[in-house]
Each structure stands twice: as structure tokens, then as C-alpha cells.
Design a protein around this ligand. Sequence first.
Ligand code: SF4
Length: 613
Amino acid sequence: MVGGAVVVAGAALVLVLDVEVEVEVEVEVEAEAEVAGVTGAAVDPIPPIGVRSPISEWRGVAPAQAPRTSAARAGRARTVDRRRGEGGSGTVVERRRAGVLAPAPPPSSGPDAVNPVLHWRAVAPRTYVIRTFGCQMNEHDSERIAGVLEADGFVPADDPDGADVVVLNTCCIRENADNKLYGHLGHLRAAKQRRPDMQIAVAGCLAQKDRERILAKAPGVDVVFGTHNVGRAASLLREAARGGAVVEILEEAALEEGELFPSVLPVRRELGHAAWVTIQIGCDNSCAFCIVPAVRGTERSKPFGEVVGEVEVVAAGGVTEVTLLGQNVNSYGRDLATALRAAGRPVDDEVRIAGTAWAHDGARRPRPLFADLLRAVGAVEGIRRVRYTSPHPKDLRPETVEAMATTPAVCEHLHLPLQAGSDRVLAAMHRGYTAARYLERLADARDAIGDLAVTTDLIVGFPGETEADFEDTLGVVAEAAYDSAYTFVYSPRPGTEAAARVDEFVDPEEVADRFARLKVAVDRSALARHRARVGRDEEVVVEGPSRRDPAVLTGRTRQNKLAHFPPPTGPTLRAGTYATVRVTGAGAHHLTGRLVSVDARPTHRTRIPVLTD
Ligand code: SF4
């Protein structure tokens, strides 16, 4: 087929293909999933103090079930693989269709033609639930998927087991996430046998990587879409209902600039007062253990003016805290130098790409720095707190530290992933710094920023790690005096350099022993850091009732620690309230205290409920 294809995805209008060639291939879909056969080393993150939980979440609240026609899967499958034809860039937009679902769609042509979209909506609101695996980037993508679905007429389900649509937003960084995904798909398959009109969608990194393999392992899945097309969630569900299971994976290079960042899509936020803002996608590094560059692509920075504009919009809606998101945030803007050169210096373009201050600075640098972005976002009216995650230690520039120290809204918290404390292991990981260099930069940050909390990521059992290497890690942990850490057992990810080093895999019993010792060291450090805060008054922003004890409220301090305290008598404090709490006790993972004063009430209206396993 030759011609253009225009896709309307939520609020985004996207030109996907200029020229299409359609190729049809016959494939067999295996009758049985291998869901129960997934194996591998478990990864067991220690919940870090105060860092927002990476634990998967069910989202939803909602009205009645929507009636839908039953579906049946045919035994044979058809695969459609559409590619750019001659004259295209060669970039693949992969779309595969397998299986045939049977809800008889309304006729879309002829005398009885009915617009299938309107028909769908006219029946009743359909309910959805999203389960998120992995990092904050995935949590943010889930908020966008929820926003896209709701913009299309879906409503959240109050009973996750009864939802019409279940979206699993996956992560492939840790092997445990694969296990969780296929375990859930096994359960969902049983649910789908009871309710064949239910739809299952798999999104995220694992979908981007495994593509149609997901359908082969879990035949009940209706839609697989990747990290670059979350805005297509609702459209793909409709397509699947009409014609059978769909796999649509977009490669990064196929995207127009406007749809690179999920922030352009509608959003449904978990906390009304706090917002994620994606400033960058992809990663140009090549850490030997990491699959992210393969599934998220190369680094692309969101234009400066668009980041600041997005923060202004959410601030106008009552958001007071923003977290800037990226795989390597402090290299923000590296690619913008190219865009600025291409812009040819019209000042409007420069302001959009690099910000007003940069465009009007006579002695400007070749590109805006992350530090410039911190200052600009911190200056937005209504924003009281700015956070970011994650920076790379090799890219932690003095300008960033200075911006943190001199911008009042930027919180006193630095998440600086160490990964390992042995120079030999760091080199094998291709991390680009030594332990001494890391500690030097950390010391500089602590000197410049008063009351700085520092958290990190650590991997135990990287291929070839010796006992001496591990003791080096313990040494750095002691010297760095972390407030908390995500600790992981090394888990080989197929396609990464480290996964091929099978001969050097560390004995699992040895790894388990090191992991336990590391946890003791981290907890000891965290407890000491927290006990030092007892007696201090801390600003917290209320997040709601504690998940463990609904009788107490939980707030988050500027250092990103959770503080639990009894609510005041009378009306409780709404999420988003700023208050002062006197710290009276400390644990390795939290603070406890009592309310001293209420300092500012929230201006947003709703808090999005989240159901947790
Ligand atoms: Fe992965 Fe390394 Fe990039 Fe982080 S910096 S996303 S660990 S490749």
C-alpha cells in the first residue's frame, strides 16, 4: 500500500507512516503458554527509605461492568508486518496481528454502517485497571496510559478482578519482573476463560523487547504495545476487539518529536499535588548489565521550553512538587546542541529548545545544562519542591550541585547510583568512574548542599565479583553513609554484555550471603542517619493515611523520607497539605513524629486512590 496513515491517539495526532508496504506471513500460535516455566534468579530490592515505592500497583475505582460481546480465539493466526517502503527511512514500525477475536463488530461500511468507536462508547463505560512493574518511568507511563484510556471513555475499575481491560505495564530490567508478568498472565488467562470479553494488554519495556513472544507465551493477551506508543492504548484495544490480537511496537526513530515524550498525553495522577515530568528518554551509556538502551533507545531531551511549560501547566492545576524523569537526567540537553545548530538561530526556536535565559545570554554555552533546567523549573510559581531521578555519577557536574544548593525549591536529596564499590567491577560494568571519583563528587555535593540525603543503587554478584570486590563495596557504603539504598542481586538480562559472561556467574549461595551482609550495612547506615534527625522539625507534604496503619498519616520530607504521625483531631489533613512535624523516633526505613503546625493547604481537588497488592 502506498499512502499516509494518520493515527489519532488520545490527544495526540500522529503521522505514523508515509509509505507502507504490507507483507503477510503465516505463523502458528502455540496452544499453551509457558507461563509457569519462567525461571531465573530473583531480585529482591530492599525498600528504600522514602523513595517512592517501586512495588507494583493496581489503579482504579469504578462503576458498573460494561456488557461486551463474547470472544473466541481461532486456532490459526495471521501476522501482518508493515514496513516503510522504498524512500522511507528504513525504520520499522512493527505491527503484528495474531489470532482472531470474535466480538462481532458493527458494520463499518454499507447501508447499516456504524462508526465502531461510537458504537463501543455507546454500549456503556468500560472499566480498566493498570498494574505497574519497575521504575518511576514506568509509573509515569502508567499515569499516561490511564489518562489516554479515560480520555477515550474508560473508567477505573473498583474491583481489579472485574475490570474489562487489564493493562500490565512491564519492566525488563530485572528478571523478577518477567516472572511476575508471566505469573500474572497465567492468573489472568484463567479469569479470561471465565469472562472471554475481558481484554489484556501488555505494555512497557518487556513488551518493547519481547514483542510477539509475549503472545506465544501467553495466548490470552489481546494487545502488546511498547514504550514509544502509550498514546495508542485505547485505539489498539478497539482494533483487537474488532480483528484479533495486535502487537504494535514503534521504534524510537519512527516517532515525530511531538510524540516522543509521554508527557504530551493526558494523565491521571496518583497524587494530585505531585507530578512526574519526563525531560529525557533513552540512554547513550552502555552499562554491561542494562537492557535500557536497547528498549528505550538513544538519549533524546525534551526541549527546555516545553519542560518548563509543562511544569507551569501542572503548577496552575495545584501541583506543588515535580520530579524530573530521565534515564540519565544530568546529561540532559546533550542532543539539544544539534537541534540548536539546525534551528539556525531564530530566537523563538532557541527559546523553545534551550530556554529564555540561554537564548538571551551573550556568553552562552553550546547548549542548556541540566542545572539551567533545575533553576528554571524551581522558579515556576507554585512549585515548592523539585526532585529528579536518576543522575549518573560520571555526569554530576559542579553546575548541577551549585544549582541544587542555590535553588530553594530543589530538595536536599541526591540519588546517586553507585552499583559497585570495586574499581575492577565498575570497569567491567562500563560505569565510567572509580570508587574514589564517586566519593569525591559525593563529598563535593555534601559540602555544597546542607542537610543532603543520599541514596543509591547497588548490585551484588555481578559476573566475576570476588569477595575482595564485594568488601570494596562495603567500604564505599560505609564511607558514603547512605540514607537508603536499592540493593539488587545481579540478574542476567538476555541481550546484555554481562549476560554472556556465564562462566563468571557467582555462586548463588555466595551471592545470597553477600546480599544479606550488604543489607545489614545499608540498614545500619540508614538507621544512624535517621536517628540523627530525632528532635528536629521537618517540613512534610501529606500523602494520606499510612498503608500499614491507616490510623496515622504519612508525609514525605524534603529529604524524601516517609514520616508517620498521628492526625490532628477534627478534619484530617488532605493529601498535598504542607505541615511541620517534630521527629520523635526513627527506623531504618521511616521516621515517626508529631504534628507541630499546618503550613499550607492543597489547592488541587482530588487524590487518586491506588490499590496495592
Ligand atoms: Fe542503564 Fe547505565 Fe543507562 Fe542507567 S546509565 S539506563 S544503568 S545503560
